[in-house]
Design a protein around this ligand. Structure first.
Ligand code: SAM
Ligand code: SF4
Ligand code: SF4
Length: 368
């Protein structure tokens, strides 16, 4: 009998101490630059560690089973707490916020959080760029309400068009037609941009690359192919299972010719390609074969308010403790500034023997 490995969230947390910022000390405001010269630009906020799917590369059933200890409700950041932390990040120059999880649409009343965040403006007096990543399973029901709450952009994860392959990958037998209907519902609701994320796992869904490209070209939605990453400690990652993005681009280019296009902004994770016949563009996210740590401008806030400065970080920083302990906005801003300014993460660039055996936090907790 194989031994079941469970890594409850409580055992995954390794906090490093936050600096004490006296109330009297003026917190630095404005843009923050880390120890490698990278500005803080994006914040990803995980609103739940729970999910109704069990994708093997993220929340394999063998680990995330019915005995798995998900976070209790009282541990979750409340909406007003998330809003307060986001405001402090915005005062430090953050322009883009992505809500994620787990499956963010499982969080009760999420529209109320979106309403709060959608009205924030950046230090340059522009509307905050607010977006959300979802597995699409609840979108047919929720797309209109999300749009009404002020969400303008959306990313839907979809790993295959073939129903059998998709059901096997989500591992809860969820049909692909319901996600496709959800994407259509989002388009009807008037989202300004809809992106589709496909994680490619060699030998599992690489034969779905072309059908997916064919389906979404000309739709106005940008399909992005993500290399299978070694996030967390439970997905059994092996380099052999990674399909390099250059092979994905090569396979599509052979049938639908492509040309590269420039990034829209510094630090954009996806390299962009457009179809020569004008039927849209695709993106590839090559965190394994072409790491982009040099430009990485993202911070991550976990479901219970821990701040991580890298997707592969082993430890986080307890902002919720500060918040609930009565810290002022200035003290929060000071702590965040200290953390970002001392950040030197570059996991994907040094991924190799140096990173093997490192303890890492799970993607569903930290937010993808
Ligand atoms: N549940 C939502 C979803 O699936 O879109 C949001 C959270 S999910 C963790 C965010 C993104 O991370 C998804 O696009 C998912 O496919 C991707 N992801 C999860 N595990 C991954 C892995 N091991 N390698 C690459 N991408 C991964
Ligand atoms: Fe759930 Fe998203 Fe992870 Fe799949 S990738 S298990 S949908 S959180
Ligand atoms: Fe950023 Fe860490 Fe990913 Fe490098 S490995 S791109 S530092 S999140």
């Amino acid at each position: 009998m194989t031994e079941r490995v469970t890594i409850p969230i409580a055992e995954q947390r390794y906090d490093t101490a936050l600096p004490y910022v006296p109330e009297s000390q003026q917190a630095p405001t404005g843009r923050l630059i880390d120890a490698r010269g990278r500005p803080l630009h994006d914040l990803r906020v995980s609103v739940t560690d729970r999910c109704n799917f069990r994708c093997g590369y993220c929340m394999p059933k063998s680990v995330f089973d019915r005995d798995y200890a998900f976070l209790p409700q009282s541990s979750l950041l409340r909406f007003e707490e998330i809003e307060r932390i986001v405001k402090v990040f915005v005062s430090h120059g953050v322009e883009k916020v992505r809500l994620t999880g787990g499956e963010p649409l499982l969080r009760k009343d999420l529209e109320k959080l979106i309403e709060r965040l959608a009205r924030l403006t950046t230090v340059n007096a522009r509307a905050l760029d607010l977006t959300l990543t979802s597995n699409g399973s609840l979108l047919t029901r929720k797309a209109a309400a999300l749009r009404d709450a002020g969400l303008q952009r959306l990313t839907v994860s979809l790993d295959a068009l073939d129903d059998d392959v998709f059901r096997a990958m989500n591992d809860v037998d969820f049909p692909v037609c319901d996600v496709l209907d959800g994407i259509d519902a989002a388009a009807k609701a008037g989202f300004r941009s809809i992106k589709i994320n496909m994680v490619v796992k060699r030998g599992v869904n690489d034969h779905q690359i072309l059908p997916m490209a064919k389906h979404f070209r000309g739709s106005g939605h940008v399909l992005r192919f993500i290399e299978f990453m070694d996030v967390g400690a439970s997905n059994g990652w092996r380099l052999d299972d990674v399909m390099p993005s250059r092979d994905v681009v090569g396979a599509i280019h052979a049938v639908f010719p492509l040309e590269p296009i420039a990034a829209q902004y510094g630090g954009e994770v996806a390299a962009r390609w457009r179809y020569l016949d004008g039927s849209g563009e695709i993106g590839v996210i090559s965190s394994v074969t072409e790491p982009f740590c040099t430009d990485c401008s993202r911070a991550r806030l976990s479901t219970e308010g821990r701040l991580y400065t890298c997707l592969f970080a082993a430890s986080g920083h307890d902002l919720r403790g500060l918040l609930r302990g009565g810290a002022s906005d200035g003290q929060l801003a000071g702590a965040i500034a200290h953390l970002w300014q001392s950040r030197a993460d570059r996991y994907s660039e040094i991924r190799s023997s140096q990173t093997q055996g490192l303890r890492k936090i799970e993607m569903s907790y930290i937010g993808g």
